[in-house]
Design a protein around this ligand. Structure first.
Ligand code: ATP
Ligand code: MN
Ligand code: MN
Length: 373
């Protein structure tokens, strides 16, 4: 048995922000299974259990080979007894009884459908389930009191739950770029999120907007959104005001806030899809819809916070969570999408680039395409 250690590759670091996680994923069957259990635990408010599965899956995403034997896990970090058992079941029997049970459970399936509605979180989904609601039609029929966002989410459910392609993201980028430059020449518009990580599809399109002259970005978003709206390009939007106060020091709490304080717009775009339905066999004109609803996030950042915002919005969610955890526990530093603070020297650490932030943290620079943890 001791021979096994001789063929082991380099050890995999514990924190996801220390690993290079490129696409593709060589262990998708296993990571899908672990992520289903993580989500199921989250639906059940078992945060610890959820996190255990949510940390194990990215380890398998980061290795450039397929795990085919349970013993392959011996050299990998973040695998507790439960996660190991799931991998054992799948590698030996082809599937996991527990995962199959979750996938077929009425509760999981229902919460999955409800939380797939834009504007519906896990709590709301669970409440509706407790009330006996099971389908989208139940929501429509029962005249459930939905807010404006949920109403739009329900209305465009099918479109919003079909993946956004890279081509669609590029088209949206042109529209956003045109709108922003109309009001602020010299502005910088960056595609972030999953597409910045090289993904070929995503659940939405994320943009960061800034201007090299700090202050010029103020008042921009409302003009852009009004214009987009007047052009009939927005099916829904809500805005959030900038609520960031530049601190002189930061507490650990500042790295735990899931949401940031940038001025932003969460929207549903109406994207024209002129030729795509042409080959459809349908002849009834009313059946031909030449547009698609798409989720788009627009975030405006002052130039001095741009590297932090870029790092925070490029993701993945797990990579972000791990960066912040690494900063606090290994470096006594506090990181969020606005700033980095060193609690030992009591100073804010400025950055001109993402590279600067990794350097402050004493981490090797990880390319966006290697952050698919
Ligand atoms: P997908 O392709 O499914 O959209 P994604 O990685 O782009 O994947 P998003 O949910 O769009 O996922 O989020 C992108 C990044 O932005 C994540 O790292 C997330 O932490 C961050 N983020 C998303 N929403 C917010 C928010 N409201 N406030 C602060 N950060 C956010
Ligand atoms: Mn995204
Ligand atoms: Mn987003």
């Amino acid at each position: 048995e001791s021979d096994a250690s001789e063929v082991e590759g380099p050890t995999v670091p514990v924190y996801a922000c220390q690993r290079r996680t490129a696409l593709p994923n060589w262990n998708q069957i296993l990571t899908d299974a672990l992520e289903i259990l993580a989500e199921e635990a989250e639906f059940g408010n078992s945060e610890g259990r959820s996190l255990a599965f949510a940390r194990a899956a990215p380890v398998l995403r980061s290795i450039p080979y397929a795990v085919t034997r349970f013993e392959d896990l011996n050299s990998l970090p973040c695998f507790g007894a439960h996660s190991r058992k799931i991998v054992q079941e799948i590698t030996e029997d082809g599937s996991s009884v527990e995962v199959q049970r979750v996938l077929h459970s009425e509760r999981y399936r229902t919460l999955k459908v409800f939380s797939g509605i834009f504007g519906v979180g896990k709590k709301t989904a669970d409440r509706w389930y407790q009330e006996g609601l099971r389908t989208l039609d139940d929501l429509r029929k029962k005249e459930k009191k939905l807010n404006r966002q949920q109403e739009a989410g329900l209305q465009h459910y099918t479109d919003l739950n079909s993946p956004v392609t890279r081509l669609e993201a590029d088209k949206i980028q042109h529209v956003v770029q045109d709108a922003v430059l109309r009001f602020l020449p010299g502005a910088i518009i960056t595609l972030t999120g999953g597409f910045q990580r090289g993904k070929q599809s995503g659940h939405d399109v994320d943009f960061l907007i800034t201007h090299p002259t700090e202050g010029k970005e103020m008042g921009l978003l409302i003009k852009v959104v009004s214009w987009l709206s007047s052009q009939g390009l927005l099916l829904y939007h809500h805005m959030k005001q900038n609520s960031y106060k530049e601190p002189t020091q930061m507490s650990v709490q500042a790295s735990k806030d899931r949401l940031d304080h940038f001025e932003s717009c969460f929207s549903i775009f109406k994207l024209d899809t002129p030729n795509e339905q042409m080959e459809s066999s349908s002849t009834a004109a009313e059946n031909i819809r030449n547009w698609k609803a798409l989720r788009v996030d627009l975030v405006v950042t002052p130039f001095s916070q741009y590297p932090f915002a870029l790092l925070g919005w490029t993701g993945s969610k797990h990579f972000e969570r791990e960066l912040r955890r690494f900063a606090v526990h290994e470096r006594k530093m506090i990181l969020n999408s606005h700033a980095l603070y060193d609690t030992k020297q009591n100073v804010m650490l400025p950055a001109h680039s993402e590279e600067d932030i990794f350097a402050h943290l004493g981490l090797d620079y990880i390319l966006p395409t290697e952050r698919n943890a």
